[in-house]
Design a protein around this ligand. Structure first.
Ligand code: SF4
Ligand code: SF4
Length: 180
């Protein structure tokens, strides 16, 4: 597999294999997020399909089929329409915005574990599964579309969800205006 494509191709020109190599498997896009339209709060609750012990999706190859709407596919459409579903330093966002990959990205460091060593993956973040919530909370969570927490919340609704689930906050990023 050619590892030298980085810097030679634009993101839209990447093959499927090359696209997969851009992901540094940090798991942060699998965290539940809440937004009031101005900022996105990444919580320490992970999607119920996230395997916390191994720090990866338990159904990655079948996620369309198994997770349905819970899982947002990372593609050019997502990057164009709602990049805020990904952390600001997700390598797909960086490349889409014409920025370089960070030193801890395995394609730059040559070390497959460099993102873990740099503390950028959920393995180092004491993540909880939404599957660990009580039944009542789980029902409420389903109502709010699980990972779809980011859609259409007022500030009051966002604050209510944060109060209800009392998550630890992993990161907060501002939502940038869309390019016209
Ligand atoms: S946030 Fe970006 S780099 Fe991390 S797992 Fe998701 S797509 Fe991959
Ligand atoms: S189903 Fe999607 S959001 Fe859930 S753990 Fe798998 S990749 Fe992440």
């Amino acid at each position: 597999m050619d590892k030298n494509f980085y810097g030679k191709k634009k993101i839209a020109q990447l093959s499927k294999d090359e696209w997969e190599q851009i992901c540094m498997k940090c798991g942060r896009c699998c965290l539940c997020k809440v937004s009031d339209g101005e900022k996105v709060v990444f919580t320490d609750y992970a999607c119920k399909f996230f395997d916390i012990e191994h720090g990866c999706c338990s159904c990655y190859d079948k996620r369309d089929e198994v997770a349905g709407d819970i899982c947002r596919k990372v593609d050019l459409k997502l990057l164009e329409e709602s990049p805020e579903d990904l952390p600001e330093d997700c390598p797909y966002r960086l490349l889409y915005d014409g920025k370089p990959l960070p030193d801890y990205h395995p394609l730059i460091s040559g070390n497959p574990n460099s993102a873990i060593i740099a503390g950028k993956t959920v393995n180092t973040m004491n993540i909880r599964s939404i599957g660990e919530l009580t039944e009542a909370k789980d029902a409420l969570l389903k109502k709010s579309r699980e990972l779809g927490w980011t859609r259409g919340k007022t500030k009051e609704e966002m604050d209510k969800l944060l109060d209800e689930y009392a998550p630890n906050i992993v990161a907060v990023y501002p939502i940038k205006p869309k390019k016209s």
